[in-house]
Design a binder for this molecule. Structure first.
Ligand code: 13P
Length: 333
């Protein structure tokens, strides 16, 4: 498969991506909420519940895995990557490795993971991966983000994307503008625009093939602690204004992270953004790459108990179906 065909498949009509690439520590936080044992076997059981849910291939083009997960198997002994591929779902892999403090800016971080990346990518190809993900974190606050933070994260995202393409893997570049903070929708739109401009300037410098690249983005949203609300229409317009000023037309697709929004908000807003993008004749396919907005109600229903697997899977199937409908602008119709 060429980079372009993988990218197109990832953002095919009515489909989106499940992010199931939580690190052990992130997964531990989610498991703690329901007193679920934090062992590799419980994480394997949880991912098996998700991946074996009947019908999800209708709404999922890909699943992002974590290093531990891509080495794990179903209870019948099939490696997860092989199992997903057999269902027509592309396996991907998170390749960034934690963050480090940014020099001279105490509250900001840069993402690590370039060291030894080439070797790891080669191994992941052997394990069946077809695409990769790298997440950078951008914080809005007093005097934040600094241009140094945007610049350093953009440089690393572009370096990673270059290496990923060289290994034959489609890079998903994810500069996440956090929902944390008391900022307005307008400020979020400004920071999203600046972030994307910085990222695509580096992508261009690094001579990356845009046809084999996916952008994973936040929506423009008022900060979690702002006390402000915005309608799905306002969110859609602000988000698309940022994309129009910064995302090259040749980028085949943009996928959203959910970033701590409720599943219902993430679905409604995606639906509205897709409808507005259609009205504006936007050049990119737009869909989802959610972790929490797809998984949270499912994890709650499962709570680590065998007897809950079937009912939790039914909830997951419905979350995938609803989100897939939103990716076509048909949710709630
Ligand atoms: P959320 O949808 O929970 O924000 O996670 C998406 C993701 O992959 C973050 O890197």
């Amino acid at each position: 498969m060429t980079l372009q065909s993988i990218a197109e498949q990832l953002v095919a009509k009515g489909k989106g991506i499940l992010a199931a690439d939580e690190s052990d520590s992130t997964c531990a936080k989610r498991f703690d909420a329901y007193d679920i044992e934090k062992t590799p076997e419980m994480r394997r059981t949880w991912r098996e519940l998700l991946f074996t849910t009947p019908g999800i291939e209708k709404g999922l083009s890909g699943v992002i895995l974590y290093d531990e997960t891509i080495r794990q198997k179903t209870s019948t002994g099939v490696p997860f990557a092989t199992f997903l591929t057999s269902r027509g779902i592309l396996p991907g892999i998170k390749v960034d490795q934690k963050t480090e403090p940014l020099a001279d800016s105490e509250e900001e971080e840069v993402t690590k993971g370039l060291l030894g990346l080439q070797e790891r990518l080669r191994e992941y190809v052997g394990l069946g991966a077809t695409f990769t993900k790298w997440r950078a974190v951008i914080r809005i606050g007093d005097g934040l983000p600094t241009s140094a933070c945007l610049q350093e994260n953009a440089v690393r995202l572009a370096k990673y994307a270059k290496e990923s393409q060289a290994a034959g893997l489609v890079p998903i570049i994810e500069p996440e503008v956090l929902l944390d903070g008391a900022h307005t929708l307008k400020r979020s739109e400004e920071v999203l625009t600046e972030t994307l401009l910085a990222v695509f300037a580096e992508v261009e410098k690094a001579n990356i093939d845009l046809s084999g690249l996916i952008l994973k983005s936040s929506m423009a949203l008022p900060g979690k602690d702002s006390g402000l609300s915005a309608s799905p229409q306002e969110v859609a317009k602000a988000t698309l204004r940022a994309f129009s000023s910064a995302v090259p037309k040749a980028t085949p697709g943009i996928v959203f992270l959910s970033g701590g929004q409720t599943p219902e908000d993430a679905t409604l807003r995606l639906n509205e953004i897709v409808k507005e993008a259609r009205t504006q004749n936007a050049p990119w396919r737009i869909t989802f790459s959610y972790s929490r907005a797809l998984q949270d109600p499912v994890l709650k229903a499962w709570a680590g108990k065998k007897e809950n697997v079937k009912s939790a899977q039914a909830i997951f199937a419905k979350r995938v179906e609803d989100t897939s409908r939103a990716s076509e602008g048909n949710y709630g119709e």
